[in-house]
Write a protein that binds this ligand. Structure first.
Ligand SMILES: *Cc1c(COP(=O)(O)O)cnc(C)c1O
Length: 359
């Protein structure tokens, strides 16, 4: 029996992916040249599908890179001379801040304890700040920043770039790209695909900044700097040989999500998140890690349990995989993905198992 993966990335494949991989092989997708019109057509199609799915305006370009972690490095290299501000409340936001340090920038972090969110409008910064880096969904702790809070924050900080990690939530949050200069994700989370592809959504203001930095003699990095990505994307190509198979499969998942309709995909994700949170609320042996309802992630649900290892191995015997807690909370928590690949029946089955196994 195949296991059912509720791990928060990589995780359960989107239904249909196995067939689409077979179809891609029949179409010889791995053999086509990334300089061919066949590839350009795939790029165009996937770009149009992502625009439609996530309401991405024409002011923003779509680039394909190797991973989300790569995008963190590239966006900092291309758009930040010195000072980025990072809102850090878990392992992924911390990594983003760390990358800025490793690149020799002079970043600042605003820290919140794990399990807590940010009241974004309560912070003040000086005008040296060039970019704010926000993690919309902190996968290590199950804390999310509501999309409208990000919009309000952006309205207040018009002269700074707003860069948002959407890795474990896109395409769920309704991001207003008129307010967000760069958003990025990788495909092994909500898109239910094999890993190895990062997507960057890059606004005109990022490109302007990159041009300015280049003119001033700063290094933006090499083949994957935003100006290089932009000049190839004009031709619907990438600077290097990309993950053509991954890009093709992303198109197939987007097509499926568009057919379902993004509003119903979101509504179903809400319904499944409610099932999990209500169950956890009513169960004495389970504690929801994120106390403030406003910051509870609908896509990664983090629950405190007595013995995570034991619970996970028992769930595994029942054919269900959930994530361990992150870092020092490994033994005390489980992390459960609620992605578009999961059905309400899947979630009901998980809840039934948890109900039987947690004392
Ligand atoms: C998984 C994840 C990443 C890293 O993605 P990669 O594809 O492994 O580079 C970054 N940020 C968040 C919030 C994530 O969940």
């Amino acid at each position: 029996m195949n296991a059912l993966f509720f791990t928060p990335g990589p995780g359960e494949l989107y239904p249909g992916v196995t067939n689409w991989i077979g179809e891609a092989l029949d179409l010889q997708i791995p053999s086509i040249s990334h300089r061919s019109s066949a590839f350009e057509e795939i790029y165009c199609t996937v770009e149009a599908q992502l625009r439609s799915l996530m309401s991405i305006p024409n002011s923003h370009r779509i680039y394909f890179l190797g991973s989300a972690t790569e995008v963190m490095e590239r966006v900092l290299q291309s758009t930040v001379r010195e000072r980025s501000v990072h809102f850090v409340n878990g392992a992924f936001s911390k990594r983003f801040h760390q990358i800025a340090k490793e690149l020799g920038k002079n970043p600042i972090s605003v820290d919140a304890p794990e399990g807590e969110g940010f009241e974004l409008d309560s912070f003040n910064f000086d005008h040296q700040v060039e970019a704010f880096c926000l993690t919309q969904n902190e996968t290590s702790t199950g804390v999310m920043l509501p999309a409208d809070h990000i919009g309000q924050f952006a309205t207040r900080w018009q002269n700074q770039l707003i860069i948002v990690d959407l890795v474990s939530s896109a395409p769920y949050p309704q991001i207003d790209f008129a307010q967000v200069d760069c958003g990025f994700f990788s495909v092994q989370k909500c898109f239910g695909l094999p890993a190895g592809l990062g997507v960057a959504i890059v606004g005109e203001r990022c490109l302007e900044k990159a041009r300015q930095l280049k003119q001033q003699g700063f290094s933006l990095g090499s083949y994957h700097n935003f100006l290089e990505l932009e000049s190839f994307s004009q031709k619907h190509q990438t600077p290097e040989t990309p993950n053509v198979m991954g890009i093709y499969l992303l198109g197939r998942v987007c097509e499926a999500l568009l057919t379902r309709g993004i509003d119903s995909v979101r509504a179903e994700m809400d319904q499944k998140a409610n099932m999990l949170y209500s169950f956890a609320t009513s169960h004495a042996g389970i504690e929801i890690f994120v106390k403030d309802h406003n910051f509870r992630s609908p896509t990664v649900i983090v629950l405190g349990v007595n013995d995570s290892d034991k619970l996970r191995s028992e769930l595994s015997k029942a054919g269900i995989k959930v994530g361990a807690g992150y870092g020092k909370l490994k033994e005390k928590q489980v992390r459960i993905a609620n992605f578009p690949a999961h059905t309400t029946e899947h979630v009901a089955r998980l809840i039934e198992c948890l109900d039987n196994l947690v004392g």
